[in-house]
Write a protein that binds this ligand. Sequence first.
Ligand code: PLP
Length: 419
Amino acid sequence: MTETTRPAADVFEKVRTHDRREQLEAAKQADLLPYFRVLASEAGPVVTMEGRETIMLGSNNYLGLTGDPRVKQAARDALETYGTGLTGSRLLNGTTPLHLELERELADWMQTDDVVVYTTGHQANVGALSAVLGPKDTVICDSADHASILDGCKLSGAKLRPFRHNQMEKLEKMLDRATGDGGGVLVVVDGVFSMEGDLCNLPEVVELCERYGARLMVDEAHAVGVLGERGAGSAELFGLEDKVDLRMGTFSKSLASCGGFIAGPGDVIEYLRVSSRPFIFSAASVPAAVGAALGALRVIRSEGRELMDRLLDNARYLRRGFRELGLRVVEPGKLPDGTEATTPVVPVIVGEDWQAVLLWKALYEAGVYTNVAIHPAVPPGGALLRTSLMATHEREHLDRALEIFERTIAQFPDLPRDA
Ligand SMILES: Cc1ncc(COP(=O)(O)O)c(C=O)c1O
């Protein structure tokens, strides 16, 4: 170092000065932090959280299969046969017959040539997008797409053209602009949007992609095991499975485990197996996770219809209950026959971040756990309390939750309401 060299700025400075720090500190001091709350039981309809019995309206265990004896047994069997971990990537150290069986059965379920399984859903999106897109390509994303989609797009170096959530004229504008970019074009949407819980307008997205010659990828994380006759997701629901090039799913929701997958044409999936960095350079999912996902998939394929019907009935019931209380809920979108869609995510619109946190805390203290979505998970001023259902919720749980909501919102006169 010469005398004139200045020492480098401290990269940790942002740890002390980031723009959320003050808010986080204030929330912690007042015990208002809605995150990292300790769950001391299975994520069933009623849980033990911080020593109290709480109605769980903040889990993605949509079909309630994380506690299913068959799924647990499948995890146990995999653990006994293959041990606790695979200590390396699928490519070199860790493809078991279970991974291959799971991939075959998922491909059969999704009715695609092939499927590749990743260790997490986040890795599936990052891994697929960073491999199929390059710096000369353009990727067009809905502004409410999951963060892992954005991460994969950024990593790929492709030109990113976001469009306003579910606004088809904005998507068309971006497709039109992308024709001038000169490279390949991929549109990426969520089948069911994770925070808003609304359905993508897939028929129009497909139509526009066809018109402009763009490829289409759909993230079905909140739709597999939930929508469609077979539970294969939003593409199945709309009868558009053969029009969607790539479909992504996770095991961390209906499939009651941890991991993710990409389903699509054989040549693309084979390419991901040899060029997708999060697939090649990260350890394979632990056998128990693969076993549980396969166990859950088999339950869904044999008797999933009944579970999915119960889940969607519960979602309709809670949505109706919220509306009767005057709460404003996010509109879930329309089915092909023009009727209102149902998804397992029923968010209550709150608006301002602090109000959402205070309402969350009041509900939590009264015995209902929900998820708080504040900026940047949602647009500024668009804070939500995200509730989500399980097939295993009984009416009694939902009635109790609605009573608690009714009592609690009486203390929140500024909450957006519908007349
Ligand atoms: C729409 C969507 N895509 C991808 C992911 C990532 O999946 P995972 O949590 O299984 O890594 C999530 C998870 O929250 C999600 O909601």
